[in-house]
Design a protein around this ligand. Structure first.
Ligand code: DI6
Ligand code: FE
Length: 423
């Protein structure tokens, strides 16, 4: 549904066989179970076989380059399915204001908040936006991330939003990572449209979306549905245009209040509804029925010192798919660690280890419409995986600020070892 075909991406053409691994596939059936003495074979960047050594068809090893994993734990690479990685400047000063007692909403209403990042973002060229985002992207890659969604939304003009997505696409060309781009012009109202949300949507959000789509820059369309941003009716106008263009939608919903954004998202068959702290228990079923992934963002909850927890029990009971992402952004989640995000998901939201790990792999792939491409270790999918110096998957969720990644393989290519990022 994301539209772009990633299967031809630069990959290692020859057959490679990783042996002597302990493998957690995160497939629906296996979850975090460990395959002892596991092997994974790949060719042309795709997984040919994954399973215990004794079950491997003999001819798989023919002419293969063999790599010994030394008994390390293998997992699917991580997927960060909600980020605002491209922006200018930072908001450390607002952080200090919040420490002195100001709230996020007060700062936003006083002209700070998103609008201050808009100024800093519009001051940069595409090249400078790429340079600003690169250290953040490399930090994610260094924790075994294979796939990153990046939103626009900090320029709020047509050309500026296009530049953000051009920068995002460029990041995917200069680093071994799959980048998905999301049009989020409906993120905030720029000062020149203050009090005129409808005009902003008519004059910037919708024509800009058409232009971005025509340039091949958009994989999905998002909006910020909130009292300080856009109403459900305003978001519906943007979603209607996405539908015309054949683009999937997703929504920042119920982060600070319950405007029933998740219901709107579900009605449009959205890939995901994100944040959801204020989601009413009874609305979890709408997400489950629509197959809309609930993307929880504990980094924003933590940074804003929120008290309202997302209704995890109701989401589970409804059978909704639950994912976790960094929400990496300068204002409310200056976070570039999915390991830390998992720890927060467990400790702050009460998710299980399996929910956390599936949330940054299998379920995150669903939130991007990439479930047939990546997110689990299964034959036919991209050979995107990581090797860790740990015994149990839970160690990745339990530790704080510790990164035991040994190797990262992307499309069958070894792109990272503890020695550094190798493009
Ligand atoms: N929700 C958030 O938490 C971020 N955007 C959004 O829609 C905040 C963005 C910012 O404050 O810069
Ligand atoms: Fe966000």
């Amino acid at each position: 549904m994301a539209g772009r075909d990633f299967s031809g991406e630069s990959s290692s053409a020859g057959r490679r066989l990783w042996r002597n691994a302990r493998i957690t596939t995160l497939s629906n059936e296996a979850g975090t179970d460990i395959i002892e003495n596991g092997v994974l074979a790949a060719e042309g960047g795709r997984i040919l076989f994954v399973g215990p050594a004794h079950a491997m068809p003999a001819d798989i090893a023919d002419n293969a380059e063999v790599i010994d994993c030394g008994g390390r734990l293998m997992l699917p690479s991580f997927i960060d399915c909600h980020t605002h990685l491209v922006y200018g400047g930072n908001r450390a000063m607002e952080f200090e204001m919040r420490l002195a007692g100001a709230t996020y909403e007060e700062i936003a209403r006083a002209g700070g908040g998103i609008v201050s990042s808009v100024k800093a973002t519009n001051a940069l060229t595409v090249d400078q936006l790429v340079a600003a985002a690169l250290p953040r992207l490399d930090t994610l890659i260094a924790e075994g991330v294979s796939t990153v969604e990046i939103k626009s939304g900090y320029a709020l003009s047509i050309e500026g939003e296009l530049n953000m997505l051009r920068a995002a696409r460029r990041l995917g060309e200069i680093r071994p990572v799959r980048i998905l781009t999301t049009w989020l012009a409906a993120h905030a109202t720029p000062p020149e449209y203050k009090g005129r949300n409808g005009d902003y949507i008519s004059e910037i959000v919708i024509p800009g979306l058409r232009a971005a789509h025509a340039e091949g820059l958009v994989d999905a369309v998002d909006g910020f549905c909130e009292g300080i941003a856009f109403s459900p009716a305003e978001i519906a106008r943007v979603f209607d245009e996405a539908k015309v263009l054949g683009l999937p939608v997703k929504l920042h919903a119920e982060q600070l209040s319950d405007l029933k954004g998740a219901r709107l998202a579900a009605a449009y068959g959205a890939l995901s509804a994100d944040h959801l702290e204020y989601l009413a228990d009874e609305d979890a079923a709408a997400l489950a029925e629509a197959g809309t992934v609930a993307v929880l963002l504990p980094g924003a909850f933590y940074t804003l010192r929120e008290k309202q927890h997302p209704p995890v029990k109701a989401l589970r009971a409804a059978g909704a798919s639950i994912s976790l992402a960094t929400d990496s952004n300068p204002g409310t989640s200056p976070l570039t660690s999915l390991l830390m995000t998992m720890n927060m998901g467990a400790t702050l939201f009460g998710l299980t280890v399996e929910e956390c790990l599936a949330g940054v792999t299998r379920e995150a792939a669903k939130a991007l419409g990439l479930q047939d491409e990546t997110g689990t270790l299964e034959a036919g999918k991209a050979a995107d995986f990581t090797l860790w110096d740990i015994q149990r998957p839970a160690e990745l969720v339990y530790r704080i600020g510790f990164n035991p990644l040994v190797q990262r393989v992307w499309n069958g290519r070894t792109t990272f070892s503890s020695a550094g990022v190798l493009a």
